[in-house]
Design a protein around this ligand. Sequence first.
Ligand SMILES: Cc1ncc(COP(=O)(O)O)c(C=O)c1O
Length: 455
Amino acid sequence: MRSYENVLGLIGNTPLVRINNITKQLKIKAPIYAKMENLNPGYSVKDRIGISMIDWAEKEGVLKKGGTIIEATSGNTGIGLALVAAVRGYRCIFVLTDKVSVEKSRYLKALGADIVVCPAAAKPGTPDHYVVTAKRIAGETPNSFYPDQYSHPANPSAHYRTTGPEIWDDTDGKITHFVSSIGTGGTISGTSRYLKEKNPHIKIIGADPYGSIFKTYKDSGHVPEPTPYLVEGIGQALPTVNADLSVVDEIINITDRESFEMARQLSRREGIFCGGSTGTIFSAALKVAKDLDEDSLIVFIVCDTGEHYLTKFHSDEWMKEKLLLEPQRITASLIAETKNGGAPAELIFVGPNETVGAALELMNEKGITQIPVIEDNISVGSLRESRVLTKLLQNRELMEAPVSDVMDESFPVLEVDTTLADVKKRLQKSPAVLIEDFKRITGIITRSDVLELHK
Ligand SMILES: Cc1ncc(COP(=O)(O)O)c(C=O)c1O
């Protein structure tokens, strides 16, 4: 019989997967391999440190039967700890910031953890900061263990013992470049220390979001004022004990836009469904790779799964709201569905047999200056307030006439997947366009809806 004693046996030994389509298109010669940490049982690289820190605490007698684990986490370390807690019977309390995706927070609750949420905007060291809050709760909770992933040696040592050797063995020692993000710094410090011991020529590249301090700190020794960014789980406002930047050769800054775009491309074009920090790392890997030839071998970390971000950057609606969506993904149906802040919108229209007076009243009530005329789901014409009023000035009796007597030609009818560029082109000649889905008119886009996109 082939089986595992429990789910913890599935942690680590993740495979390397070669990147093909993206590198081919970019004419990159150096082979790039993804270290698939998203295949851990908690779907992230942080499963490795969850078990490593708890094993340490049990061995040292810090964590005893019935104890409580308390940690400040962007979610994944919490998941790694909660898996072990579920198997070994501990209670967990995790302190998150309100930047953490709802998926990770619900996942933690599903694993049986209690959650405390702090504002992401709180400054380090202030009472509302998530790390300060976690420390306070740990101090107030008897029989508790506060691992502190930012400084605990069992964090980088997990990667020194496992991630590093796995990469070395699986590449037959041929790895030339290792690319990772820096959150606590555990992954990059531990893995790189092992790899550099094996071959000091291996280049270590850190990927850091713009707004985080690591690049400036490494390059100048100065800690800059941090600024907000959207990628989760990586970067810091202050240096951490576990981020040993002496093993890092170069740090590359990456924008949110590049990170999300690359994570989305990895999912769509390589089938590697990953989180935003993986996009940050992969962007840096591509920048490094463009100057290398086929004798190099790059390995980068796939930190976690895209499932944690389905309501965030893996959603076109969220990307559009953040003004980050690739223009070719902004389609007519997306514009119509998400206009007015995504509030469910009913298509307002009149029938050709209604009176002009009733149509004007409806337009007035809804605050609109143009309206489609629709019969049996087919657009048969349009009314534009200014033109109708001009006709009424000449003949007031038209108020009682049917709409069909005064209407103009229909607004152009476009398919749901018409691109933003084409929608704009049609709006140059018409004040509005209609959207058709399976032969039904489902929405309308006006010039002001498109202007809203650029606000
Ligand atoms: C999504 C994600 N990516 C990357 C990291 C960074 O890993 P490390 O803390 O080992 O630097 C984390 C850490 O929490 C994470 O949650």
